[in-house]
Design a protein around this ligand. Structure first.
Ligand SMILES: Cc1cc2nc3c(=O)[nH]c(=O)nc-3n(C[C@H](O)[C@H](O)[C@H](O)COP(=O)(O)O)c2cc1C
Length: 334
């Protein structure tokens, strides 16, 4: 039996959850990961101010379909009042959880005082959490942040305690400083330290790329849930491997034929969910197509061709060629 984790009344399977990833983990991506067992997902980050000024992208970013639940909407902002107003608006979309982004390292966000810049101002971070919690009412509020701003200011433990006191229902810790962006490695030690310091569930994030690293994250940090971001690129199968392990069910990795079938389904989903023409929507699909081929023979050469795809039919042809190449390669090895 798979255990569950309770976040403010929302019950989640204790397997693995999909990380919020702006520009990557859109609805099509989330639906693929859900199909393969992602226990929970978080929207791409949405600007609190943008929502208040009725940004046209709000509905696109905040709409949650039944298949995606349980799901959080993630907000970023630097002003408690705007956060509260934004919460009132996003509650219309009935998120299961509202998550606050206090980890984004991108200058465009940090320069407004939001994202990981809040790690430099614990009082403001706590005030934002408090005001979000108050506005959210019964909907639980969680916060995602990093280990600290830079190596001299690794303050995740004190930060976590302040947010717990401010009413956060759970915390996600990405074990890198803001300075690191996405380089170096995620420090599991700081995730463990946060877990030991607070009484609310802690989700560990950073560098989980397979079952082994997922189990290492659970074991080394004692975290309640493991979050997977880049490890799911072209690899929604990672969630079924982890779910199978916890459910004590056998797992068979996908064949290249299955990978290509899932890739094509993902592309069809991107096209069908897009408001753009197929020709434009396929641009969105190019990086995903390339990721599904990663790690296979000849994938570097095919990556270039993925980035030139201009129709679904071309993707079908490319998938067939890729399968042929793998068959040829396997025959050579025999
Ligand atoms: C392309 C990309 C976009 C991201 N966007 C967000 C975001 O919108 N909100 C957020 O909290 N984290 C965001 N992150 C951080 C991830 O959620 C995650 O914490 C980080 O990538 C480390 O986990 P990983 O090693 O499993 O990828 C993003 C990461 C990537 C690579």
């Amino acid at each position: 039996m798979i255990d569950t984790v309770n976040i403010g009344g929302v019950s989640l399977k204790k397997t693995a959850v999909l990380a919020p990833m702006a520009g990557v983990a859109d609805r099509a991506y989330r639906l693929m990961c859900r199909e393969f067992g992602a226990a929970y997902m978080v929207s791409e980050m949405v600007s609190a101010k943008g929502i208040c000024y009725s940004d046209r992208k709000t509905a696109e970013l905040c709409t949650i379909t039944d298949e995606e639940r349980p799901m959080a909407i993630q907000l970023f902002g630097s002003e408690p009042d705007f956060m509260a107003k934004a919460v009132e608006i996003v509650l219309q979309y009935e998120p299961d959880i509202i998550d606050i982004n206090m980890g984004c390292p991108v200058p465009k966000v940090v320069n407004t005082g939001a994202g990981s810049a809040l790690m430099k101002d614990i009082d403001l971070a706590a005030a934002i959490t408090e005001s979000t919690v108050k506005a959210a009412g019964k909907t639980p509020v969680t916060v995602k942040f990093r280990s600290g701003w830079n190596p001299d200011n690794v303050n995740a433990v004190g930060f976590a305690k302040a947010l717990e006191n401010a009413g956060a229902a759970a915390l996600t810790v990405h074990g890198r400083t803001r300075d690191q962006f996405y380089s170096g490695t995620s420090d599991f030690g700081i995730i463990k330290a946060v877990k030991e310091a607070v009484g609310i569930p802690v989700i560990g994030s950073g560098d989980v790329t397979d079952l082994a690293s997922c189990l290492a994250m659970y074991e080394e940090t004692g975290c309640d849930l493991v979050m997977i971001g880049r490890g799911s690129y072209g690899n929604p199968f990672i969630f079924s491997e982890i779910e199978s392990w916890f459910g004590e069910k056998p797992y068979t990795p996908p064949t290249v034929e299955e990978k290509m079938e899932v890739m094509l389904r993902h592309i069809r989903l991107i096209i069908s969910l897009s408001e753009k023409t197929e020709e434009l929507a396929i641009h969105e699909a190019r990086k995903h197509a390339a990721w599904y081929m990663n790690g296979c023979y000849g994938s570097a050469k095919f990556r270039g061709r993925c980035y030139q795809l201009s129709s679904y039919e071309e993707a079908v042809g490319l998938a067939e060629e890729f399968i042929e190449l793998q068959r040829w390669h396997n025959a050579q090895k025999r």
